[in-house]
Design a protein around this ligand. Structure first.
Ligand code: GLC
Ligand code: GLC
Length: 817
């Protein structure tokens, strides 16, 4: 069953009923000012940092769910009847409803009793404000008198404090209202230089800025007193809960249409020009901005520029394959999700509250893999920011706060995989841009000293080599990619965080996954060193990679699959010898990506890689994707940590943890098995799962972090949509390995490994300033793959680099079958 449909032409998902299984959200904003918005106008906004600069309030885990948002109420003043044109929060039955989530904008259309309302929500590029454009149409035969009420609940900036510190916060709230503009200025009197504003294009019949005055006491957003009785009370908040509500009366002749614009924005004044009079905000700088954006023509132009921005970005790669689900994910939604994860890391979604997690080191490095082609300049800056949270040892803060760009230990440290992901992120940047100058940038360490970016990468790789365990494999530290495989924690205290509790580094627990990741990263780094003319470095890191591969083959192979780890006592984890957790997915894909176990008979058959793929197919694959491990842990294993704390089938304990699935797609593609690679791709492709939305439950246009595994009573149900490394890795798997359009240091490689049912596909790719028009087809009689570039046959699969500004026609000929 579906709750809507894709409109690929407009790059939108169209939701046709408001009561989706969970709120289906979208993101507003492209840089700096952001918001989340649900299909019923729930959500909130912030500037740069969702915790420290929160503009509006939202109640997670509330009943009813998705409470707090960008609400409008319409009231028929002739009857007193009122409703929400976005369905929530009044949940009045509507005659029609349609929400369209597009690229950084959302529209909600509805009709009730002949009054049509369309609201467009978006953030104009480069501005620190969001626009709500309401268009009302009277389709009745007689004139209509409609009151429009707007409503936002201001957060007192620090969202964590806002939700906990009531003894202070009920006394600090302050607002100003000038010319109908509501200014929220809590703490502006002291150390803040910023305030929020909420403006309306129409003359006001009134306003409210104290929540209780607007809602009435003991009432919720579903039944505001001001709306019920038809007027606000011009309340001015002193303490309690500063609110923003406008009241506008609109008379509409039959057939008439009226546009009303609301602006919700953030403004920072120069510290020495904060006040116009004691305590009064100096509005000299903000006023012209408000006036400009309240004009319909500015709004139309801003929306057009947002659409042009996305059209440009999505033009970087366009594919036309025989599979619609592939096309729309690659061309639209997966690319979009990659940029959203790049912006948000894991901080804000329906499942992440914006207060607990900043930018993750490992997460942000991986996000680069899927977004660097869309935002190379910002990717460059992100790399430098991440590297500056590294220590001289090469280790890194596990996360940093976006506002201050400084690392913090609040979410734990000592994850031994972290530094290696930086190598992959930088490699992706270099492959995409060819900008080797980044390696010469001098970047400070967060403890002391500084080094060139190249030096940072050297330390990243050395960090692993300095931490090798008894089997010659990397020590795992607190955890590796799998945050919940905590081999050194031994936590027995209820509620204690596995991420921050003690970590007994006994020098024994080793990770085969890090070994695979190291092999991959060391080879990437060697290739970079070689391009920089540092041939000794290149040789040395290749030798380290070879040695690590040998260690994995010797101590990291269980017989039918790669072992996961050795625990604190030196016992195997993820082995046929274990009763639970015999096989884990992560090392299977990663070791093969590192090139381990690929050589066997022809086409890799008989290789370790081929055998592990069979094991994965037999033991981990379900119709809903590949599970993280089997058999699931049925009781708490203190020596394994958080992984066994989850009920079977959820999260790291044997769900389909989607992030890992593309590693298997890539491994299958490396083995030349396009059918398996594409089959695994389709199993978790959200668009291909749209038909089973009642089972999947999350948005069908974006990946979710997990899908409940076979052991869960809710097998197939997705959770934690949007902010997940799944976005970047699936994008890499489908575009670079299955479709095979792969940036490399030396140029663009096109080496498809297609499902056997596909005769051909076409694509265009912008790469280092040139445009490549690619046609891939099979040819009976072709013995090997070759290219025809602008009519010239080229052996192999590497496309010669074109000068910037030029267009090349690339034909890729694949042998039949
Ligand atoms: C979460 C984390 C990510 C981690 C994964 C597996 O998605 O954000 O860093 O690798 O869980 O535990
Ligand atoms: C929890 C989650 C895991 C996440 C970690 C860090 O342990 O299970 O997915 O990565 O928290 O926040």
């Amino acid at each position: 069953m579906r709750y809507g449909h894709f409109d690929d032409h407009r790059r939108e998902y169209v939701i046709t009923r408001p009561d989706t299984p969970v709120p289906w959200i979208n993101y507003l904003g492209t840089d700096g000012f952001f918001g989340i918005v649900s299909n019923t106008a729930g959500g909130y906004s912030w500037h740069r940092d969702a915790r420290l600069r929160r503009l509006t309030r939202y109640r997670y885990n509330n009943v009813p769910s998705d409470t707090g948002g960008r609400y409008l109420y319409l009231r028929d003043d002739s009857t007193g009847e009122y409703w929400s044109p976005s369905w929530q929060p009044t949940r009045t039955a509507l005659d029609s409803y349609e929400c369209r989530h597009g690229m950084s904008y959302t529209t909600i259309d509805s009709a009730k009793d002949g009054i049509l309302a369309r609201t467009l929500y978006f953030v104009p590029p480069g501005e620190t404000l969001e626009v709500w454009r309401l268009t009302l149409t009277n389709e009745r035969a007689e004139p209509a008198e409609i009151s429009v009420f707007s409503s936002v609940e201001f957060a007192l900036w620090d969202a964590q404090d806002d939700a906990t510190n009531y003894q202070r916060n009920y006394s600090t709230g302050e607002v100003e209202v000038e010319n109908g503009v509501i200014y929220h200025k809590t703490e502006y009197r002291e150390r803040r230089d910023h305030f929020a504003f909420f403006a309306c294009s129409e003359p006001l019949a009134g306003f409210d800025t104290q929540r209780e005055a607007f809602l009435g006491s003991y009432r919720g957003f579903d039944r505001p007193l001001a709306v019920e009785r038809g007027h606000t009370s011009d309340s001015i908040a002193h303490g309690w809960s500063p609110h923003g509500a406008h009241h506008v009366r609109i008379a509409l002749e039959p057939g008439a249409t009226k546009e009303v614009i609301f602006l919700l924005g953030y403004w920072e004044n120069p510290r020495d020009a904060k006040f116009a009079a004691p305590g009064i905000i100096n509005k000299t700088l903000v006023k012209p901005v408000i006036e400009r954006w309240l004009r319909p023509e500015t709004v139309s132009a801003g929306f057009a520029s947002l659409n042009a921005h996305w059209a440009d970005l999505l033009d970087v790669l366009r594919v036309e394959t025989p599979d619609d689900d592939t096309n729309r994910m690659v061309n639209i939604w997966n690319a979009y999700q990659c940029l959203v994860t790049f912006n948000m890391s894991r901080s804000v979604s329906s499942f992440e509250t914006g207060v607990s997690r900043g930018m993750g080191f490992r997460d942000s490095c991986q996000d680069l893999l899927g977004s660097v082609q869309l935002a190379p300049k910002r990717g460059r800056q992100r790399i430098l920011d991440l590297a500056s949270t590294q220590f001289e040892s090469g280790g890194a803060y596990h996360q940093y706060q976006p506002l201050t760009k400084t690392g913090n230990d609040a979410i734990g440290s000592g994850f031994n995989d972290d530094p290696l992901w930086l190598v992959l992120g930088v490699a992706a940047y270099l492959k995409e841009t060819g900008d080797f100058s980044i390696l010469d940038e001098v970047v400070p360490f967060s403890d002391s000293g500084a080094a060139s970016m190249y030096g940072h990468l050297e330390r990243s790789v050395r960090y692993t080599l300095d931490r090798i365990g008894p089997h010659g494999l990397p020590l795992i530290g607190r955890a590796d990619w799998n945050d919940c495989l905590n081999l050194n924690c031994f936590s027995v205290t209820p509620g204690e965080s596995f991420q921050t509790t003690q970590n007994i580094d006994g020098g024994v627990a080793e990770s085969v996954f890090i070994a695979g990741l190291f092999t991959l990263a060391a080879k990437e780094f060697a290739a970079i060193a070689e391009r920089c003319g540092k041939l000794d470095d290149a040789d040395s890191y290749r030798a380290s990679a070879e040695k690590m591969s040998a260690m994995v083959a010797e101590h990291g192979w269980d017989g039918e699959w790669f072992l996961r780890a050795y625990d604190h006592y030196g016992n195997p984890v993820g082995s046929a010898r274990n009763a639970e957790g015999k096989i884990f997915v992560e090392p299977q894909g990663m070791c093969v990506m590192g090139g381990i176990g690929l050589n066997g008979g022809g086409n890799g058959s008989g290789s370790l890689a081929a055998r592990m793929l069979t094991s994965v197919q037999e033991r981990l694959a379900t119709p809903h994707g590949i599970m993280l491990l089997q058999p699931a842990f049925t009781y708490y294993h203190v020596e394994l940590g958080e992984i066994s704390s989850y009920p079977p089938g959820y999260k790291e304990n044997a769900s389909v943890f989607c992030h890992t699935n593309p590693w298997l797609m890539i491994a299958a593609a490396m083995l030349g098995d396009g059918d398996t690679a594409f089959d695994y791709y389709r199993r978790i492709n959200p668009s291909a799962r749209e038909e089973i939305s009642e089972t999947h439950r999350c948005e069908p246009y974006v990946y979710a972090q997990m899908i409940a595994g076979r052991d869960a009573p809710t097998h197939g149900e997705a959770k934690n949509s949007w902010l997940t490394g799944t976005a970047a890795w699936n994008f890499v798997a489908i575009t670079q390995w299955i479709l095979g359009i792969r940036p490399e240091l030396t140029g663009l490689r096109v080496e498809p490994v297609l499902p056997s049912s596909w005769p051909s596909y076409t694509a265009t790719r912008q790469f280092r300033g040139a445009r490549y028009e690619i046609t891939v087809r099979r040819e009976s009689g072709a013995a090997t793959s070759y290219l025809v570039v602008d009519g010239q046959r080229v052996e192999g699969t590497l496309v010669p680099l074109m000068p910037a500004g030029e267009t090349a026609r690339v034909e890729v000929i694949l042998p039949e079958g």
